[in-house]
Design a binder for this molecule. Structure first.
Ligand code: DGL
Length: 259
C-alpha cells in the first residue's frame, strides 16, 4: 500500500491526484489535524511529527511512504530516510523542481509555500543544483492555507491577498511558478489571474503522483480499500474531505498520540 501523510487535510490534494492518475491504487492516508499547521513550526518539531506519522503508516501496512506535505518534505525527508533506509520515501519537492526546470524558458522561477518551506530554501538549492544560472524568487504565503480551508477560493479578499503576495513575482518577470504547498492547487484560478496566464503553474501534487507510478510495481498489495486516518476528526475535516475528494469517504480518528 502507498502511505501518504500530511500535516492535516492538505495532502488530500495528493490523494485526489492518485485517484485521477492511479484509480485502482488503494492508499492509507494520515492527516495530522490535531497538530496542524506545520508551516509555522520549527524543524525539530516538524521532524518529530513526521517520524511519528511515518511510523503510524508503516504500522498500518504501508510499503511506500509519500510525504504529501511540502513543509515536511522540505524539512524532514533526510531524517526519515535515515531512520527507514529500506522504505522508499517520496517527497513532493524534487518532482516539482524537475518539472519547473524543464518548463522555464527565461530561467526565472518563482516558488510559494509556507514559512518553514521557504525558510528551508530547499527549492532554491535543488533548482540551482540542476542549473545554477536559474534565478529563483520565493515568498511565504501563510494566509493561503486558512483561506483554502474556509473554501474562500475566489472571494475578493482572497484575490486581494493573492495580488499582494504575487506582485513582486510579476515585477521580476518569472515565467514559471511552483505551488509549493498542498493547499495552493485549489487557488490555481486566482493565482493564475493575478500572476498572468502566461506563467506556468507547477503543481507539486500532480508531479509527485507521476513519480509514484514508477514505484507502482513494487507495491504488491493492491487489494482492499483506501483508509483515511486523522488525529482529530472534526466536522470541518469531513466537509473538506468530501469536497476535495468529490464525495463522502470513510474517515477514522486514530488514537495516535504525541509522546
Ligand atoms: N501541508 C502544508 C504544506 O504543504 C500546509 C499546511 C501546514 O502548514 O501544515 O506545506
Amino acid at each position: 500500500m502507498i502511505g501518504i501523510f500530511d500535516s492535516g487535510v492538505g495532502g488530500l490534494t495528493v490523494v485526489r491526484e492518485v485517484l485521477k492518475q492511479l484509480p485502482n491504487q488503494p492508499i492509507i492516508y494520515f492527516g495530522d489535524t490535531a497538530r496542524t499547521p506545520y508551516g509555522n513550526k520549527g524543524p525539530k518539531t516538524i521532524i518529530r511529527y513526521s517520524q511519528e506519522n511515518t511510523d503510524f503508516l508503516l504500522s498500518k501496512g504501508a510499503s511506500v511512504i509519500v510525504i504529501g506535505c511540502n513543509t515536511a518534505s522540505a524539512v524532514a525527508v533526510e531524517a526519515l530516510r535515515e531512520k527507514h533506509p529500506d522504505v522508499p520515501i517520496l517527497e513532493v519537492i524534487t518532482p516539482a523542481v524537475s518539472r519547473a526546470v524543464a518548463v522555464t524558458k527565461n530561467k526565472k522561477i518563482g516558488v510559494i509555500g509556507t514559512r518553514a518551506t521557504i525558510a528551508s530554501q530547499i527549492y532554491t538549492k535543488k533548482i540551482q543544483e540542476i542549473d545554477s544560472s536559474i534565478k529563483v524568487f520565493s515568498a511565504a504565503c501563510p494566509l493561503f492555507v486558512p483561506l483554502v480551508e474556509e473554501n474562500w477560493l475566489t472571494r475578493p479578499e482572497t484575490k486581494m491577498i493573492a495580488r499582494r503576495y504575487l506582485t513582486d513575482f510579476k515585477n521580476v518577470g518569472i515565467d514559471t511558478l511552483i505551488l509549493g504547498c498542498t493547499h495552493y492547487p485549489l487557488l490555481k484560478e486566482v493565482i493564475s489571474a493575478k500572476i498572468g496566464k502566461r506563467v506556468v503553474l507547477v503543481d507539486s501534487a500532480e508531479e509527485v503522483v507521476k513519480e509514484i507510478t514508477n514505484y507502482e510495481l513494487r507495491i504488491t498489495n493492491k487489494e482492499g480499500d483506501s483508509k483515511f486516518y486523522f488525529s482529530d476528526l472534526t466536522e470541518q475535516v469531513g466537509k473538506i474531505s468530501a469536497r476535495w475528494l468529490g464525495g463522502k469517504v470513510d474517515l477514522e480518528e486514530t488514537n495516535f498520540e504525541t509522546k
